[in-house]
Write a protein that binds this ligand. Structure first.
Ligand SMILES: Nc1ncnc2c1ncn2[C@@H]1O[C@H](COP(=O)(O)OP(=O)(O)OP(=O)(O)O)[C@@H](O)[C@H]1O
Length: 370
């Protein structure tokens, strides 16, 4: 069901005023610095906070004023919040039970969802006997077993270690795609979560929406300092192929395919600017990583302790000030950008307009030397 929300909320001196729409079957990511109002926004949707004024419509239903349990809203937060005294199976069965299903029926639904999140083998365990990643799988099953019309994800990967997060991100992408009627709102600090899971993003600052639009467009062409800081990732759009991604121009970007990538499907190759090595143009170099891209420097920007180099290939690289001086880099300098395949991840592109005008600017110059 489509969510339409206009929320005005006051908490002490903080004032939130925001409106947005999440079409049925799509995911909106809310990004924003600490204290920008993300939790306040989610709390208003879930019914835990009472806005000063709000219109919150989920399909034909007006949620404003309804208690949390009458809203058909599922919540998944960074803490799995499982009931410690219940088995995994009964934790998941709790949602359908509370919606009126009988004991056997609720357990059947719970088993289906546990299988869906690859946690069926844990059904008899208590939450204390699960790892963080396993507990989060169970929490996902519990959030979805109630078949909510609106799913709220509050930093769902934030508490997981780096090994567990990609698998849970992949799992979420799969289960979010199973149901095209539900609207989902995701709060995250991580642009990868937004890229992997969300069709659209809304950037909150001081309780106001300062940027919004299709995820790739907003992250590829950030208009506020906050978005630029968190979104400083390099993105190359194309089609997923064995060993990486092929751009529209036919160039292979070697990378690691995310688990649920579909061969031949639209995809983005993502890598951080600090994964890009910069060499003076044309110069031979040892090691020969497979992704070598010819470009020219367009700008040099201070970025914390490093210098962010921007290039006419649409890609950014982070260098130390000493390296910039050594390489005598300035706007116009021809360079070769090397990106190790192991630092590039290829994700399926989320639905939405594709390719966006701004991703077309992420063109990669062909280099016959590779
Ligand atoms: N109970 C409260 N009383 C008064 N002000 C509050 C209360 N709770 C939060 N605030 C203020 O509301 C603002 C928004 O907080 P909120 O938790 O929604 O931000 P957030 O974007 O979720 O932050 P974070 O990323 O740190 O979780 C902050 O300035 C915070 O200090």
């Amino acid at each position: 069901m489509t969510l339409r929300a206009e929320i005005e909320l006051t908490r002490g001196t903080f004032d939130l005023s925001v409106d947005f729409k999440v079409p049925a079957g799509s995911v909106l990511a809310i990004l924003g610095p600490n204290g920008s109002g993300k939790s306040s926004l989610l709390g208003s949707l879930s019914g835990l906070l009472r806005p000063r004024r709000a219109k919150i419509r989920l399909g034909e239903k007006d949620l404003h004023g309804l208690p949390p349990h009458d809203r058909s809203v599922g919540l998944l937060s960074q803490d799995p919040l499982l009931f410690p005294h219940l088995s995994v199976l009964d934790n998941v069965a709790f949602s359908p039970r509370s919606k009126g299903a009988g004991r056997a029926g609720a357990r059947e639904i719970a088993r289906r969802w546990l299988a869906e999140v690859d946690a069926a083998q844990f059904e008899k365990r208590k939450p204390a006997q699960l790892s963080g990643g396993q507990a989060q799988r169970v929490a996902i099953a519990r959030a979805l077993a109630g078949e909510p019309d609106l799913l709220l994800l509050d930093e769902p990967m934030a508490a997981l270690d780096v090994d567990a997060a990609p698998a849970i991100r992949g799992l979420l992408r799969r289960v979010l795609g199973l149901q095209r009627k539900r609207a989902t709102v995701l709060v995250t600090h991580d642009p990868l979560d937004a890229l992997a899971l969300a069709d659209h993003v809304l950037v909150l600052t001081d309780g106001r929406a300062v940027e919004r639009g299709p995820t790739r467009e907003v992250l590829a062409a950030p208009r506020t300092a906050f978005t630029a800081r968190i979104a400083g990732l390099n993105l190359i759009a194309g089609i997923a192929v064995g060993g990486g991604l092929r751009t529209e121009a036919g160039r292979l970007i070697a990378g690691m395919l995310a688990e649920d990538t579909t061969m031949g499907g639209p995809a983005v190759a993502v890598f951080a600017p600090n994964a890009v090595a910069v060499y003076p143009g044309g110069e031979a170099h040892p090691g020969s990583p497979r992704n070598t891209i010819a470009a020219a420097v367009t700008a040099l920007e201070p970025h914390g302790p490093v210098i962010r180099l921007r290039t006419d290939a649409g890609l950014a690289a982070d260098l130390t000030p000493a390296a910039v001086a050594d390489l005598r880099l300035e706007p116009g300098t021809p360079v070769r950008l090397d990106i190790k395949a192991t630092t590039v991840t290829v994700y399926p592109a989320t639905a939405g307009p594709s390719p966006s005008p701004s991703t077309e600017t992420l063109r990669v110059t062909d280099n016959p030397g590779t």
